[in-house]
Design a protein around this ligand. Structure first.
Ligand SMILES: Cc1cc2nc3c(=O)[nH]c(=O)nc-3n(C[C@H](O)[C@H](O)[C@H](O)COP(=O)(O)OP(=O)(O)OC[C@H]3O[C@@H](n4cnc5c(N)ncnc54)[C@H](O)[C@@H]3O)c2cc1C
Length: 448
């Protein structure tokens, strides 16, 4: 073993989850030798890429799938990333201000939204309740050609749109500025992980490396590695692809979320100004795909291995299919991908937000969108919507996908840093982490 190939910790993957950990270990721990391996030629080219996700910093204020308790957690996680962008002067460079809202359509949703506003207003004192008349001024297209009543809870000029690939790159730069032996290997796919004595042996396409602790942050591939090493056999992973549609005109200037079906968190359509190109996107759709990466070559065998189908998995699928709401949702979303009919069908979906929308006003966003690895608990026979963190009694852990996605990358990094430093008998400066990224500016986030 060459000394240069031996690291305190090796991180597999180079998306937002991996890079947030790389940064946190550099800045808030006394670990000196850490390596990160990314199989592609750049950081954050898959789900963390700016074109793959909805670019939303989820604070829990406009996402109606959260209970008050869950919203508190989500807000705290989001504040870490928000504070990071302030600490490194990244505001208006990677994170941008827009109005944002959760829209209620029709009397039933309006009554729900009124109650939700009352329940959540102390947690989010900057949120306002907007009537149809107020919405006509804020976003005129919401009321154009609309007969039914609408309302919304929302915030003006909030730092809510974020470029996660740029954040990931900044994490790497800031980590490398702090520590010499924090190494990033690009084009270096990890093909095997094996425990030998006290060390993990990491085999890549080109070489062999050794680690005292390993964190697998490889998106949908994380479950595969966990299964290969004998962990999380009770879990399986089903990849859900998400696509978007662009509108030809810039019809809205706000992030507009709609009321979610509690059975299908994050499934309701929303509209987002795209910070990469100035267009407006609607989506995402949701379609089960037999692959682990959205627009890369197929990984069908790996898909089957991470799904590890058995009677319990089939039971989960059966339960989903017998539920009318879920079956209809799956069927609709399949059709949203079918050329020839998809624009007409999806325009109808968007009409909940913009009633005047027609199929000619939108186009399918080619090569935009990503893939969410949805975890299934085969023992409890149900979908799991909480953090996809698989910890073990050994110095290895796996993040399949954190919840809510990229927003919680620093929270995930903090939890992992605590585990790593405890196991390796090193130090995590939690006080400084909290001072810089958690408590500081919490008030400002609320009025942002
Ligand atoms: C349609 C859609 C919309 C979304 N919208 C939002 C949103 O608005 N806000 C939000 O917070 N979240 C959102 N998410 C979720 C968010 O995008 C993901 O949770 C997040 O990007 C996951 O980051 P990651 O680093 O865990 O995974 P990824 O970004 O997928 O990174 C995994 C990395 O591991 C690398 N890798 C894989 N296997 C290997 C290997 N063997 N060796 C080396 N490297 C490997 C890959 O190349 C990749 O770079 C959305 C997701 C989708 C699909």
């Amino acid at each position: 073993m060459t000394k240069n190939h031996h690291y305190d910790t090796i991180i597999i993957g180079g998306g937002i989850t991996a890079t947030a950990l790389f940064f946190t270990l550099a800045k808030y721990t006394n670990l000196n030798r850490v390596a990160m391996f990314e199989k592609y030629s750049d950081i954050a080219t898959l789900n963390s890429h700016e074109s793959s996700n909805s670019q939303t910093l989820h604070c829990g204020d406009i996402e109606t799938n959260y209970t008050l308790e869950k919203a508190k957690e989500v807000k705290k996680a989001a504040s870490m990333l928000d504070n990071y962008t302030k600490l490194y002067n990244l505001r208006d460079r990677v994170i941008f201000k827009f109005n944002k809202m959760a829209l209620a359509v029709g009397d039933q949703e309006i009554s729900y939204m009124k109650n939700r506003f009352e329940e959540f207003k102390n947690l989010y004192p900057y949120m306002e309740y907007w009537t149809k008349e107020q919405l006509a001024e804020i976003e005129p297209q919401l009321v154009n050609q609309r007969e039914e009543n609408i309302s919304a809870m929302g915030a003006r000029d909030s730092y809510c749109a974020i470029n996660y690939s740029e954040v990931a790159k900044s994490f790497v730069k800031n980590a490398k500025d702090l520590k010499d032996n924090f190494d990033v290997y690009l084009n270096e796919e990890v093909i095997n992980i094996e425990k030998k004595g006290n060390l993990y042996v990491i085999t890549t396409l080109h070489d062999t490396y050794f680690a005292n602790f390993v964190v697998v942050n490889a998106g949908a591939h994380s479950m595969l590695f966990a299964h290969k090493l004998g962990y999380a056999k009770e879990l399986s992973c089903i990849p859900i692809g998400g696509s978007f549609y662009y509108t030809k005109e810039k019809v809205i200037n706000s992030k507009i979320y709609t009321v979610q079906n509690p059975k299908l968190p994050f499934a309701a359509v929303h509209g987002d100004p795209d910070i990469s190109n100035g267009l407006v996107r609607f989506g995402p759709t949701a379609l089960v795909l037999p692959k682990l990466e959205r627009y890369k070559h197929n990984h069908f065998i790996e898909f089957l291995q991470s799904l590890s189908p058995d009677t319990n998995t089939l039971k989960v699928f059966y339960d989903l299919l017998v539920d009318d709401d879920i079956r209809n949702y799956m069927a609709k979303n399949f059709l949203y991908e079918v050329p020839g009919i998809r624009r007409r069908l999806f325009a109808k979906e968007i009409q909940k937000i913009i009633p005047s929308m027609r199929s000619d006003d939108i186009e399918f966003a080619e090569n935009v969108g990503g893939l969410r690895p949805q975890i299934i608990d085969k023992v409890q026979k149900k979908l799991i919507f909480s953090d996809g963190k698989i910890t073990t009694n050994e110095p290895i852990l796996f993040n399949v996908t954190p919840s809510p996605g990229a927003t919680s990358c620093l929270k995930s990094a903090m939890l992992d840093s605590k585990l790593i430093t405890k196991f390796l008998d090193k130090k995590f400066d939690e006080k400084r982490f909290n001072k810089e990224l958690v408590t500081k500016n919490q008030e400002e986030l609320e009025v942002a």
